[in-house]
Design a protein around this ligand. Structure first.
Ligand SMILES: Cc1cc2nc3c(=O)[nH]c(=O)nc-3n(C[C@H](O)[C@H](O)[C@H](O)COP(=O)(O)OP(=O)(O)OC[C@H]3O[C@@H](n4cnc5c(N)ncnc54)[C@H](O)[C@@H]3O)c2cc1C
Ligand code: SF4
Ligand code: SF4
Length: 455
């Protein structure tokens, strides 16, 4: 039994908020505001004990959530799994503008055609770089939705829309969003559960504070305050970052540009993400992620990994395949593990980092997910090195001294980067093969001709 926590003071003091917005509904005096120093949306005060009781930055009660959402099903290390697929939309335009295989939009379209569904609550663009949860009701609205948005956005409107509208709605959400949503609903307003028809979850490795966008704008001489659009993905498996202002669009290569490497370094990730053990979205009915595996590395457009946690979502995917809307290939959970790496899939780093912080008296969210028994915790030295570097870099970000981070990257980290660069590893491996010096165990994704039926 976890001791009741008074309020959100520790969450705010340690920048642990992930802007899920559940607290705003538990304590009506709160609202989410963009914090100037951290560049994240956080509640404007510590709130009350109800807010603390459902906050996923304080604790996530996975056993309770699993019992309620998936009764009688025992979750394994990947959560409850009915089936796993690789999948791609056959709609070339949809696929090209999507972040991976365009599967979320295919599933959403099908759901919105279902008479049992009254609408979907999805992240949509408001203006400029601002995105908010929005209620859509027609399949025609689906292709206006963005691909993955990696900068922090406030999510309090999901519950606002659910509370305000009677009916049954599909919710598209990242994992921690569902943690806050379900903890609020199940603990404080259970009658809302019936309004959630189903959920489509994104797999989620990290989310950036807005310092990342500010830094890249700084490096590329783009006026952050005049940003009219940002797009991170689309146009191929990895995609490009595009920053639009009234003066035009600046394109940044996400793999080879040093400025991108600095501005999207993991120190720009929200602190709670480094403690996240739920990247595989244990609470969603169907989960969609990028397929970063050898088999899909040479495709022209993205391919998705799909985890069906319900028989019904498996059936829906197969129906879409039968109708010729998507191509699916059945695979095993090992593909999820290879794509995400065990560190992400099993929380090898996050569980160790949470222990490290608690040992130092620093609050960390309490959560034991179904992956805890298989997590192989990384060494404490590695955690300590990360923590020291993370704190130093965050201090520079708070002072908006992004240029120092670039100097630091070039002088202190470039050698390490060169050693680790996927691109260089690929080249080295190619030459090693030609010279007959190749070793077997190299974890780099190998580009190879795919025998799978993807474009
Ligand atoms: C912050 C973030 C981090 C991610 N990290 C990983 C990762 O590490 N590994 C991995 O395999 N996949 C990750 N993904 C998922 C991946 O990028 C794709 O979103 C996913 O594969 C679905 O692609 P799609 O082509 O089917 O969807 P698309 O057709 O691109 O549709 C995207 C849908 O997601 C919604 N959406 C976009 N951004 C957000 C957001 N921030 N919050 C809630 N909804 C949103 C949009 O409204 C749209 O409905 C991440 C996504 C996000 C948003
Ligand atoms: S994580 Fe969610 S519930 Fe917790 S403080 Fe942030 S917005 Fe509120
Ligand atoms: S990594 Fe985890 S905590 Fe971070 S945004 Fe994704 S789901 Fe939320």
């Amino acid at each position: 039994m976890i001791d009741p926590i008074r309020d959100l003071t520790d969450v705010l003091a340690n920048d642990l908020c992930i802007s899920c917005g559940a607290c705003v509904h538990a304590d009506g005096s709160l609202e989410l505001q963009l914090d100037d120093a951290s560049q994240m949306f956080v509640p404007n005060g510590p709130g009350n004990a109800d807010a603390a009781s459902i906050c996923p930055a304080i604790q996530v009660d996975f056993p309770m959530l699993h019992d309620q959402l998936f009764p009688d099903q025992e979750p394994g290390p990947f959560g409850v799994v009915h089936s796993v697929m690789l999948a791609q939309s056959v709609d070339v335009e949809r696929n090209r503008s999507a972040s991976s295989g365009g599967i979320i939009k295919e599933v959403l379209t099908a759901r919105l055609r279902d008479p049992e569904v009254d609408g979907a609550i999805v992240l949509a663009r408001e203006e400029g770089i601002e995105y908010r949860p929005t209620l859509i009701t027609s399949p025609d609205e689906v292709d206006d939705l963005p691909g993955s948005i990696y900068h922090n956005t406030p999510k309090d409107r999901v519950l606002e829309l659910l509370r305000a509208n009677e009916g049954r709605f599909v919710v598209v959400a990242i994992p921690c969003e569902l943690e806050g949503l379900y903890q609020y609903v199940l603990r404080l307003q259970p009658e809302l559960l019936g309004r959630i028809h189903s959920t489509i979850g994104l797999l989620c490795g990290w989310q950036n504070t807005r310092h990342a966008l500010r830094a890249i704008c700084d490096f590329k001489d783009v006026d952050f305050d005049r940003l009219e659009s940002v797009s991170y993905r689309g146009g191929g498996p990895l995609g490009e970052l595009r920053l639009g202002t009234d003066e035009g669009v600046t394109t940044v290569n996400r793999r080879r540009d040093l400025d991108h490497l600095v501005a999207f370094d993991r120190s720009f990730t929200m602190p709670r993400c480094h403690l996240c053990i739920n990247h595989n979205n244990f609470l969603a009915d169907i989960v969609v992620g990028d397929a970063w595996v050898d088999e899909t590395s040479s495709t022209e457009t993205g391919v998705s990994i799909v985890i069906n946690r319900r028989e019904s979502t498996d059936a829906l995917m197969r129906q879409l395949a039968d109708e010729g809307r998507v191509v699916v290939v059945d695979v095993d959970t090992d593909v999820v593990e290879r794509s995400q790496k065990p560190r992400v899939a099993f929380g090898n780093f996050s569980y160790a980092y949470a222990d490290f912080l608690r040992d130092r008296g620093v609050p960390a969210p309490l959560m034991d997910g179904p992956n805890r028994p298989v997590a192989e915790l990384v060494d404490r030295d590695e955690v300590e090195r990360f923590h020291t570097e993370f704190e130093a870099k965050r201090r520079l970000q708070r002072q908006r001294r992004y240029g120092w981070l670039r100097i630091r990257k070039v002088t202190k980290e470039l050698r390490r980067f060169i050693g680790n660069s996927q691109e260089l590893k690929r080249i080295r491996r190619r030459w090693a093969r030609r010279l007959g010096l190749a070793r077997d165990a190299d974890p780099v994704i190998e580009e190879r001709e795919s025998t799978l039926p993807f474009r």
